[in-house]
Design a protein around this ligand. Structure first.
Ligand code: KG4
Ligand code: ZN
Length: 341
């Protein structure tokens, strides 16, 4: 009870998330998704997403407060995703958060959505160690971070030079005619296939990349290689071994992600890895990272699947870190930043 009560507002893409946390304790987490409205277009339609945020914001807020048995006046601070994301979606959530903060006279923190994907892990696995390596993998991002302090000191070691891991999965899903978003479908098919059936390339793994791109990823060459393989079989009128393609493709992506994450720990003498983002739900990533980390004597913290995709809890959790670290609240005039680094 002596810890501040923080309200988190998430609205970067198609999920309206509202959550309340006290310290590392999650009181309630409500998510309203507009994904069903986008699926038939094969991608997110920003205008539809913004309108859905407008419709969902107050009902989600009222539901969250009622479920937690909390009055608005009890909230000590408000955090909202300030970017990166769709500008219309961000604007709706930020306006809602600013209005609440202004009416209640409470501090407002515009936070980085992507960092929130790591922060949420504290609600499940407790306080972070002093330093850790963060792997954030989603539909828009694939980043390797050295986290000295989640509130104040994060160093970006590397990231993808082209497609994000989830994006690559979604594109391969499309090539195979699977429903959008393809990531979870490719994952499921891959579980039934052989990961060594087809030899696909590992981007930026050659020795010549060990200096400049030691912690970077590249998945577009791999995606092209999958497209060529599919084309080749189609031209010969052969049936596609969908499960084997998914398993072999997934292996190539996850081989790069896990090898470089473990390498980053060894290079920096760090013994803990935290993963986050929608793609961290991927079954092969979890399996391979657990294996390789254990072999190297490292601990991996993996939030449960419901906290991997976008949610309000990740924003409230990061807000609580900023409050605890004594970071200054955001200036009232701040604007959402769709391409926040
Ligand atoms: O973090 P998120 O909810 O949204 C952002 O992109 O910020 O991540 C969604 C991405 C999509 O590309 C989706 O296909 C992918 O995560 N994804 C998966 C799995 N679950 C979600 N990709 C592979 N395997 C999964 N199990
Ligand atoms: Zn996200």
């Amino acid at each position: 009870k002596d810890q501040p009560l923080v309200l988190g507002v998430e609205s970067t893409c198609d999920e309206t998330g509202i959550a309340l946390v006290r310290g590392h304790e999650l009181l309630v987490d409500r998510t309203a998704s507009s994904m069903d409205q986008h699926a038939r277009y094969g991608g997110i339609i920003p205008e539809i997403a913004s309108r859905a945020h407008l419709e969902s914001f107050l009902p989600a807020l009222e539901d969250a407060l009622a479920t937690a048995g909390v009055e608005l006046s009890e909230i000590d601070a408000i955090a909202c995703s300030a970017g990166p994301g769709l500008i219309g979606s961000l604007t709706v959530g930020n306006c809602g958060a600013k209005t609440l903060a202004s009416a209640l006279g409470k501090p407002l923190y515009g936070v980085n959505h992507v960092v929130g994907h790591l922060a949420v892990d504290q609600l499940v696995d407790g306080p972070f160690p002093d330093r850790f390596i963060g792997l954030i993998v989603s539909g828009g991002h694939s980043n390797l971070l050295l986290v000295n302090d989640i509130a104040t000191d994060i160093v970006e070691l590397g990231g993808t030079l082209d497609d994000a891991a989830g994006e690559a999965f979604d594109k391969v899903g499309r090539l195979l005619g699977l429903p959008y978003p393809g990531g979870p479908h490719v994952d499921r098919h891959g579980q039934a296939g052989r990961c060594d059936a087809i030899k696909f390339p590992r981007g930026l793994s050659a020795p010549k990349y060990q200096e400049k791109h030691r912690y970077d990823f590249s998945f577009s060459g791999l995606k092209t290689s999958v497209a060529r393989y599919i084309e080749g079989l189609n031209q010969q009128g052969m049936e596609l071994p969908v499960d084997d393609i998914c398993a072999s493709f997934s292996e190539a992506v996850n081989d790069s992600l896990t090898a470089k994450t473990v390498q980053a720990c060894l290079d920096h003498d760090i013994d803990t890895i935290v993963i986050g983002g929608g793609f961290s739900a991927n079954s092969r990533l979890r399996e391979l990272l657990s294996e390789r980390a254990a072999a190297a004597g490292l601990t991996v913290r993996m939030p449960p699947l419901r906290y991997c995709t976008d949610n309000g809890a990740q924003i409230a959790a990061l807000g609580a870190n900023l409050v605890a670290a004594g970071v200054e609240p955001s200036d009232w005039g701040f604007s959402p930043d769709s391409s926040m680094p």
